[in-house]
Design a protein around this ligand. Sequence first.
Ligand SMILES: [Zn+2]
Length: 469
Amino acid sequence: MAPLLHPDLLFPAEPSARGIARSLYAAVKDLPIVSPHGHTDPRWYALNEPFPDPARLLIVPDHYIFRMLFSQGIRLEDLGVPRADGREVEQDGRKIWTLFARHYFLFRGTPTRIWFDYVLADVFGIETPLTEATADAHYDRIAECLASEDFRPRALFERFNIEVIATTEGPLDDLRWHQMIRDSGWTGRVVTAYRPDAVVDPDFENFSENVDRFSEITGCDTGSWNGYLDAHRKRRQFFKSFGATSTDHGHPTAETANLSAPDAQALFGRIRRGAGSASDRRLFRAQMLTEMAKMSLDDGLVMQIHPGSWRNHSPSMMQTFGRDKGFDIPTSTDYVAALKPLLDLVGTQRDLSIILFTLDETSYARELAPLAGVYPALKLGPAWWFHDSPEGMRRFREMTTETAGFYNTVGFNDDTRAFPSIPARHDVARRVDCAFLARLVSEHRLREDEAHELAQDLAYALAKKAYRL
Ligand SMILES: [Zn+2]
């Protein structure tokens, strides 16, 4: 039986380019992992408890997995995905696992297939493909691993060679798990990131209560515009004291605005009273991106903008299962006009770092690479979400490098909730970058020594530099 992971995975088929890719990869494959943006749960590192059963670890929380299965007629209840009304869903991990195994063929050709095989092989030492016939044996093997000390979160963190990982928390989070990690004396470096959507986006669930709570937590009067801004400043400092080096903003669009102080104040008043129209709410989000950029200039936090996802696209699924259940769909996204108010104000600042992401690949060459290729404040985040795949990462390099170069990009983000898949995701990114560089070398567009330097930068150095880690 062929091993689950071929050593030449994702390398060029043509022998001379493949040889170059192999040599580039050999020099970067064991570099430490820098994970500057992601969604792992800091509670895991704080409590260091064993992970739950294989299904609850690898299937139930993974929206890449259950969205595909759902698209093929499998009920989320049968995959153990909790319902908002608390009604019963499948609890038997082995049943969930077997159902998944029976349908694993659906993932052929997808990055999920590569990540999942990688986790089976590399993390759990499994050498045979997952099928209905092997499902039980693989389940037992993983469950046995998870029961041992070597598979506790901190042990895996160390085995994965993670130098630093960022989690993402909202402004109302008390960061208790981060506090507990710090108090424990464990040396693993886990930092937070400030994601204020819950108090910045008037369309966020419970926005008004959230802003009230924001006031209680910070002691600032969030009934006034200036008090509200002060609350952000204070909270950003608090997050910085837990190692945060970045903020993150998940907005429906990249729209920014630069209102006069009286206009911003009046807009805030309408929003706060719940009297804002849809266009007011849009304008408020836009203004807040600019406010966050101004604060970044003062406190040095790197700003990430993740726009263009139509979140929770299906109202009935949102109602039954809640948010983040695989129903986030990319929209076409404008940057050139949308970012202009912000760029007019701060785009030429050399001390500011704004990292742009997109779910709209048509914007890479047309908008994003030209913008990041000239504005010092802008950098391009790696291929994101639906495009965080071998083809997506290749397209990102192909469509941005000629205009923005490599050094206006920021290395890789795994952006994952799935802790065991972190090495898989970084390894795929390293392999794709090495394959891309090997092509440039074999076409005599880059010397091999330059490609070696770049491979190191893309795998490690650029992420540390861009995120100030
Ligand atoms: Zn993210």
